[in-house]
Design a binder for this molecule. Structure first.
Ligand SMILES: *[C@@H]1O[C@H](CO)[C@@H](O)[C@H](O)[C@H]1NC(C)=O
Ligand SMILES: *[C@@H]1O[C@H](CO)[C@@H](O)[C@H](O)[C@H]1NC(C)=O
Ligand SMILES: *[C@@H]1O[C@H](CO)[C@@H](O)[C@H](O)[C@H]1NC(C)=O
Ligand SMILES: *[C@@H]1O[C@H](CO)[C@@H](O)[C@H](O)[C@H]1NC(C)=O
Length: 345
């Protein structure tokens, strides 16, 4: 019985993933690059455990693939768009590596929702441990040096470090020095990914945390928290400095690239109608009261959340994450920048 149950649990994600494969098959390349992904829920495509909040629960995934599939959105997330840009299938989540070995050639996604560079309240592996998983696979020859020489790493991290800091009653006065330590640890992680042989490492500049619905709920989703955004700007400035320094230390190439999520989020939020987005700060899926969140059910499995009529016209899906339409708009914006072009071989 137990075996049957675990078989069932395994085959569900498998079915979902084979749907993803079919979609990307048309973009097959002769000499494939690989995409390796590290960080948090902005890039996780299935690693977070079933049963933890969101991602594997209704109504997550209602737009794509039509049911919960481990993404913290109604549909595709940043990883899927970056993979598409590179002409790759979205890389297989680390958790499923044994079940779809034919997909290892597109790279692997090590990201887990809720995680940071340091430990957060999430029990999922922090970024250091995620890189350890990658290192172990290289040691086991799952990936060879020749694979890594044409590969890209995508990193999204730090938002949870800051939310955790604030949830722990961290002081505003202590925030700048905490930011410095987060950026220092991020830079250490980026160097470590490079030392494993990855040639291009793309790191997301931090999104405007003060504009996420979790921060704007107190103003009925009317205005971004500029205090919080100023701290994010400090983070991004320090990250820019750190990355510039890392690039200067690497002769004849600039392996580290920043994707400016801050500017692309702000730009979309400032001109929502360009992307047919309405009520740009209001999330599509919310708990019916503050004790519930998107995806909450009570002990009788009765829904305790509401979903908007048209997720395509919302930028935000839940209190923290963009909708697929939101990510598509951000991706459109990123395509107008230099950074995305630099990640192509
Ligand atoms: C990452 O997680 C491991 C295991 O919980 C912990 O020992 C380590 O200190 C963490 N790394 C950082 C940089 O916080
Ligand atoms: C933070 O402060 C609030 C209010 O003072 C308190 O209820 C809560 O337990 C504190 N949280 C932590 C993690 O210390
Ligand atoms: C992190 O900070 C330490 C101490 O200031 C410094 O020695 C180290 O070079 C920094 N690491 C990076 C990657 O910037
Ligand atoms: C704005 O964010 C800061 C830092 O997170 C927080 O201390 C402050 O209470 C927030 N202000 C409002 C109005 O929510």
């Amino acid at each position: 019985m137990k075996q049957l149950l675990s078989l069932l649990c395994l085959s569900l994600p498998l079915l979902l993933l084979s749907g993803l494969q079919a979609e990307a098959r048309s973009q097959h390349h002769e000499h494939l690059e690989k995409l390796f992904v590290f960080g948090d829920s902005y890039v996780d495509t299935g690693n977070t455990r079933i049963g933890q909040p969101g991602s594997w629960k209704n109504p997550y995934g209602i737009t794509f693939p039509g049911k919960p599939a481990g993404r913290f959105s109604d549909g595709r997330v940043l990883t899927d768009y970056i993979a598409k840009f590179l002409g790759l299938k979205s890389p297989v989540p680390y958790k499923f590596r044994k079940f779809i070995p034919q997909n290892l050639k597109y790279g692997m996604n090590f990201a887990y929702g809720g995680t940071g560079v340091f430990d957060t309240s999430s029990k999922n592996p922090n970024m250091t441990i995620q890189i350890d998983f990658f290192k172990q696979l290289i040691k086991e020859n799952v990936y060879a040096a020749s694979d890594l020489s044409r590969s890209v790493a995508l990193v999204s991290v730090a938002g949870n470090d800051y939310n955790f800091y604030l949830a722990r009653n961290g002081s505003l006065q202590g925030f700048p020095s905490f930011i410095a330590s987060v950026v220092n640890q991020t830079a250490t992680n980026l160097l470590r990914i490079q030392s494993l042989g990855v040639k291009k490492i793309v790191v997301g500049g931090l999104q405007p945390l003060g504009c996420l619905p979790g921060s704007t709920a107190s103003s009925s989703f009317q205005k971004c928290n500029s205090t919080f955004n100023d701290l994010v700007v400090l983070h991004n400035n320090l990250l820019n400095q750190a990355v510039t320094k890392l690039n200067q230390q690497t002769k004849n190439q600039s392996p580290f690239i920043i994707l400016d999520l801050y500017e692309s989020f702000i730009s979309v939020l400032n001109q929502p109608s360009t992307n047919n987005i309405k009520d740009e700060l209001k999330p599509c899926c919310v708990g019916i009261s503050s004790e519930y969140s998107c995806g909450s059910v009570d002990e009788n499995n009765v829904k305790k959340y509401k979903v908007c009529d048209d997720p395509k016209s919302s930028f935000f899906w839940d209190l923290l994450h963009p909708t697929q339409a939101g990510w598509q708009a951000v991706y459109n914006k990123l395509q107008t920048t230099n950074a995305l072009q630099q990640i192509r071989y």
